[in-house]
Design a protein around this ligand. Sequence first.
Ligand code: PMP
Length: 408
Amino acid sequence: SATFDVMRLRQDFPVLAREVHGKPLIYLDNAATSQTPQQVIDVFSDYYSRYNANIHRGLHTLADEATAAFEGTRQRVKGFLNAEDARQIIFTRGTTEAINLVVNSWGRTNLAPGDEVLISMLEHHSNIVPWQLLAAEIGFTIKVIPVEATGALDMAAYRELLSERTKLVAVNHVSNALGTVNPVQEMAAHAHQQGALILVDGAQAAPHQVVDVQAIDADFYAFSGHKVYGPTGVGVLYGKHALLETMPPWQGGGEMISTVSFDVGTTFAAIPHKFEAGTPAIAEVIALGRALEWMESTGIAAIGAWEGQLLNHATQAVGNIDGLRILGTAPNKAAVLSFIVEGAHSQDIGLLIDQLGVAIRTGHHCAQPLLHHFGVDATCRASFAAYNTLEEVDRFVEALQRVIGMVR
Ligand code: PMP
């Protein structure tokens, strides 16, 4: 769009000025992790040089400042997700830990043999393996929502799978491997009709679109800081208030208690602190707040619209490459282009294109069941962010053509 000034916002990202193998970096591995604007990088030196202190303890100025900044991010995340209340925002190490929290707290107390959890074929391993670990212990059943040839979820099959045995549906909002955007609002409505809950893995949605947990009616929603222009080591779990209130803690320690006693037992803090044992990643949480502020001031809908242009441009351009097959052709897609090339190993393409300065991902993208379903072990994946340009897409496609010429 005319108002989206990509050249100006690129200046916020120091890494984009670097070269790789003597070539200007073209960073197209944003679904793995996004690059970080200077405003977010600055939070770390500011925090450690001015107000490094443990939060929620100690009545001194530095502790007050650190606590205020930390809790300020909670307020910002509340707005970012349109949560009802900041107490519904729990800080974790990332999406993976957020899902493990739900599995080990809600799952362990609510699932029994005979119960079913529906997981989609599109899931990242982090929304599969924690459920499998608990299922092996407890003996509930995991059922898989299939995908169509386009990589869209088979919604008719989903509705068939839902039954009174279904206790929870675990689905990503956007697939990291294919880019499919799932109709999570519709899926939530169907789940709720059957009395089941829905956990939405938003790791790949939060970077690209406005998320409204109330509109979706998600029971749980998770995302990671490092994919929304923030740091690693921090993520978020949103949960419905009444659920979080009844769920037991899953990790014990400081910060999460009300009183501790050897004689009369221990009582726990109110939410969200009940789920935040130990000293959290304080600087990272504060920096996450700054990253979300960066996204909001850039315009989240504008970012998504720009990435849509990049994706369309890339999809059209690679369409001319002989023997290239795109995986994931659902009508509703986020900024991910996953493909394989006849006669060329994905790994070789990835290594050679890196020599030309282009960073893409090759492999199974932590979604082995999905790739096996499509009969492949690996794909190449280019994924876009706010700071990518149409020229970069063109240079990526040129580089890809050169590399294919070399390996075929
Ligand atoms: N779910 C999806 C859809 C993802 O793309 C990722 C990260 N690749 C995760 C979960 C896990 O996120 P993290 O590694 O930050 O915990």
